[in-house]
Ligand binder design. Structure first.
Ligand code: TNX
Length: 531
């Protein structure tokens, strides 16, 4: 059972500094270097925020809305100021774009970002220097912080197909990501159980593919029917709104349109896209399903390219995720068109046909100025020339891809699948199986020891995946993500040598109060690991 409940202890004064209330420095993820000083800055109604360029003004406005929530103050955003001022300045150093320095003394708080992103992260650190509880005097402890991320790709994924999550929740998800200095949101928009992005050219994706019969989370293979339809999709206007919201928080949104597997919802809407011609129904149980896009039918590629014509303009990201995982070959084996394609191209087998499929789509997407990311099955039958690999079936896919000089995002199930159980308590809600406590996430080292220093450069970062078969509500999703994502944030941002789990737990106790302020339904029994 649960042995230690969250204590919620927080001491906001260390009492060491001659009468000046001075908060403790407790930042997650841990910055590269923090030097504490005797000074402290008193933030009050008359504090001004100095911001020059548009990005910094935007960041200042976001800071202001947070300060307002916390204190009721609305600070002036000015072009100048040198006393009682928070001075933001972004340079144009793209070599280490996300780095920043943050200096707090009695008169000013100065944030120098290498770019606007760095300034934004400096603000995130500043927010964590403020008292966590409402206070009349908002003292900011004197510090000098030098900081920059270890990895350039720091991601969270969200599966909105198995269960649909509304726009407001997606925005909150992104807000919390930004707070933890994550910079990439992988939006898993299509799967067997629902197509969730509006494509105007194909109205049946909205009318048919976005809906299914079943509404409840259930075990693998057992759809639980209650007769009520379940569904939802994002309009293109909503997608734009989310992408803009994310961009203001320096989060890039990478959409995933799954192919050739996990495509049953699309087949239900347009049965000619499958090998058998259907009829098909949108998936109601979980797992790996046999009906996939037909690789021998050119109209499949025409369809997918038309889909991309509408998807790509919505997402400024240079990457687009095209899935590639879990594509059974049984239909292709019996499909005359697929077999004809294999013969005509002299392909070895159906795995080579999958590689053909991905490479054909890559060629199209590269011509549109986009790079593809795929799950590690895209290694099967030969990797597409410019593809980035997401290593999810362990780390082997990532190792193989890095050795072939392809970029890699690590998402191994053992450390990065937040749909697994996070404690051994009997009260844990049904999850997919497997055990991943926050302490184990914290231990994760994204760079496999099998790689040389040169090969290790291809490991761009890592990401946690939130598959939603068993996660049907926003509250439950937050419960699965936090606090595990705080641990991953530190793995991805902080220098490896600075990681110390006990120290992290002390900071986490403070940090959970910040999550309380944001009404996050995190798992409250995180310090209980043994069950
Ligand atoms: C495998 S991870 C999948 C998903 C499931 C997940 C459940 C991956 C690329 N494919 O379709 O939701 O397992 O953990």
């Amino acid at each position: 059972g649960l042995s230690v409940a969250l204590l919620g202890l927080f001491s906001c004064s260390n009492g060491s500094n001659s009468g000046t209330p001075k908060g403790k420095v407790s930042i997650i993820p841990m910055p590269v270097s923090v030097q504490e000083k005797a000074d402290s800055f008193l933030l009050n109604k008359r504090t001004v925020i100095v911001a020059g360029n548009d990005a910094d003004k935007q960041t200042a406005a976001l800071f202001n809305s947070w300060i307002k929530e916390l204190t009721g103050y609305e600070l002036e955003i000015a072009a100048q100021g040198s006393d009682n001022a928070i001075i933001l300045h972004s340079a144009n150093d793209t070599t280490n774009a996300e780095g920043y320095t943050l200096d707090v003394n009695n008169k000013t708080i100065t944030i120098n970002g290498n770019t606007g992103a760095g300034t934004f992260y400096g603000i995130q650190s500043l927010i964590q220097l403020l008292p966590v509880e409402k206070a009349n005097a908002m003292y900011v402890p004197g510090v000098n912080i030098q900081d920059a991320p270890r990895f350039g790709y720091r991601g969270l994924h969200l599966d909105v197909s198995r269960h649909f999550f509304p726009v407001d929740f997606v925005k909150k998800y992104i807000d919390l990501m930004a707070m933890h200095k994550f910079n990439t949101f992988h939006w898993h928009l299509t799967d067997d159980q629902g197509w969730r992005i509006e494509i105007k050219r194909f109205p049946r994706l909205q009318e048919v593919a976005s809906k299914r019969k079943e509404t409840m989370a259930g075990h693998y293979g057992e759809g639980r029917f209650d007769g009520k339809p379940y569904g939802g999709f994002y309009t293109q206007e909503e997608v734009k709104e989310v992408v803009k919201y994310a961009a203001e928080r320096f989060v890039t949104v990478i959409p995933e349109i799954e192919m050739p597997g996990h495509a049953l919802a699309a087949l239900a809407a347009y049965p000619h896209l499958g090998c058998t011609g259907g009829p098909y129904e949108v998936g109601t149980g979980w797992g790996v399903l046999d009906d996939v896009f037909c690789a021998g039918n050119d109209s499949v590629f025409t369809f997918l390219e038309s889909v991309m014509e509408e998807v790509l303009p919505l997402f400024p990201s240079r990457y687009i995720h095209i899935g590639g995982d879990e594509c059974p070959k049984v239909r292709w084996e019996k499909c005359p068109k697929c077999q004809a394609r294999i013969k005509a191209l002299g392909l070895k087998d159906e795995h080579a046909l999958q590689s053909y499929f991905i490479q054909r789509m890559e060629k199209y997407l590269n011509a549109q100025g986009k790079q593809i990311i795929g799950w590690d099955e895209i290694l099967e039958g030969g990797l597409a020339p410019n593809a980035t690999v997401m290593s999810w079936r362990g780390i082997e896919g990532g190792i193989t891809a890095a050795k072939q000089h392809h970029d890699v995002i690590m998402t191994p199930g053992n450390y990065c699948y937040f749909d697994k159980y996070q404690s051994k308590s009997k009260t844990e809600p049904l999850a997919i199986g497997g055990y991943l406590p926050v302490s184990k996430v914290y231990e994760y080292e994204p760079v496999p020891t099998e790689l040389t220093a040169e090969e290790a450069k291809y490991i761009k970062g890592a990401q946690a995946n939130l598959w939603s078969e068993y996660i049907a509500s926003p509250e439950h999703m937050e419960y699965m993500v936090y606090p595990r994502a705080t641990a991953l944030a530190e793995v991805l941002w902080s220098p490896a040598g600075k990681r110390d789990y006990n120290n992290f737990v002390e900071r986490l106790k403070v940090h959970l109060k910040r999550l309380d302020q944001k009404h996050v339904n995190y798992a409250k029994h995180v310090f209980e690991i043994t069950g």
